[in-house]
Design a protein around this ligand. Structure first.
Ligand code: SF4
Length: 347
């Protein structure tokens, strides 16, 4: 197992790890964390978090890939676009962001005077880590006259080098608004970029990044599931590889998949995205059956190890201690703000 040293205020670097190593690192970190904090926790965590919410005038924003307990206590549950919109409009003094680091950074970029808390500072993102700022600056310099459209799943430094930020909900719509003769770099997710090219008919230069979770689904096992459940519809996130997407009856952002599962006449779905979303799908349509698309190996690699670092316990401790806080150098924040604002205007 690869050992990670955790420096205060910084995430460990997961970029060189495969998903098995990342899971081991996350598990070891979580165990030592639990041992050191268990004795200090209140018995009723839900009540304690509600009390802290009032005391701090806090809002809890949670991504669909969070544990069901966290989704159930959140004020708002959404995907990247919905969470960014909520972060932009909130009147709360404190934003508790139950998601991963780049999402909390986006909330901080939009709210420089608010306290933004992330329950576990190690909750990173393999996709964001697959686009290091120094290498991306060289890539950008090698493609002069291109504008940069970056998927929101990137660091603040990459956002600061971008012209427009997009999410999986609005990427197609935003690229369609760019003049046809304007060359485009799309970063960091190659699968989403390829999907946007297919949908818009636009050529783009793609940064070759990817998400360790969405690349883990097994085409073979999905086909086997389809044989077992001939009436099932495959619904997939565009971060999945083309081999998986070609079996999909519907492709969309996490919110779009949720809405489709509600409105479709089908009663059984094979869900090719992080299975945390199934908690909401089952709430909205309890009579329907949702089968998580299986990963290639006998592991839980279809669960995002970064998202799953956040727990109800850590959420409580972050609010109690007002830490870990997300902060950014002002120059980076201001440069990253412009392309996010452009996205919110164009969406
Ligand atoms: S599911 Fe993939 S893109 Fe989303 S936070 Fe996890 S590693 Fe990043």
């Amino acid at each position: 197992m690869v050992k990670q040293t955790i420096i205060l205020g910084r995430r460990p670097d997961f970029s060189s790890l495969d998903i098995g190593e990342a899971l081991s690192t996350v598990f070891t970190t979580t165990l030592s964390y639990q041992n050191s904090t268990q004795s200090t926790l209140p018995i009723d965590l839900f009540a304690a978090i509600h009390a802290l919410k009032q005391e701090l005038n806090a809002v809890i924003l949670a991504h669909y890939y969070q544990d069901p307990d966290i989704q159930d206590i959140a004020d708002y549950i959404g995907d990247s676009l919905g969470l960014a919109q909520q972060a932009a409009s909130t009147t709360a003094d404190v934003i508790v962001f139950a998601g991963v680091h780049f999402m909390a950074e986006t909330a901080q970029i939009l709210n420089p005077h608010k306290l933004v808390l992330l329950p576990d500072l190690n909750a990173g993102c393999s996709l964001a880590d697959s686009c290091p700022p120094k290498e991306f600056a060289q890539f950008k310099a090698a493609h002069p006259n291109h504008i940069v459209v970056s998927y929101v799943n990137c660091t603040a430094e990459i956002k600061a080098m971008s012209d427009i930020i997009c999410t999986s909900s609005n990427a197609v719509k935003l690229v369609q608004q760019i003049p046809a003769d304007q060359p485009i770099i799309f970063a960091p997710d190659r699968n989403l970029g390829r999907y946007v090219m297919e949908q818009t008919g636009r050529e783009m230069v793609l940064w070759q990044g990817s998400c360790m979770v969405h690349e883990t689904f097994s085409e073979k096992k999905i086909v086997q599931l389809q044989i077992q459940h001939p009436n099932a519809e495959v619904i997939a996130h565009p971060e999945c590889e083309p081999a998986v997407l070609r079996h999909a009856h519907y492709i969309g952002s996490t919110t779009a998949l949720l809405n489709y599962s509600k409105s479709s006449a089908s009663s059984i779905f094979i869900v090719a995205t992080e299975p945390g979303i199934i908690h909401q799908m089952e709430k909205y349509a309890p009579e329907k059956i949702f089968i998580p698309a299986p990963p290639m190996n006998q592991c839980a690699c279809n669960e995002c190890p970064h998202m799953r670092l956040n727990t109800l316990e850590k959420l409580y401790l972050a609010m109690r201690d007002r830490s870990p806080e997300i902060t950014l150098p002002e120059a980076i924040r201001l440069a990253a703000l412009k392309p996010i604002q452009r996205m919110l205007e164009m969406s």
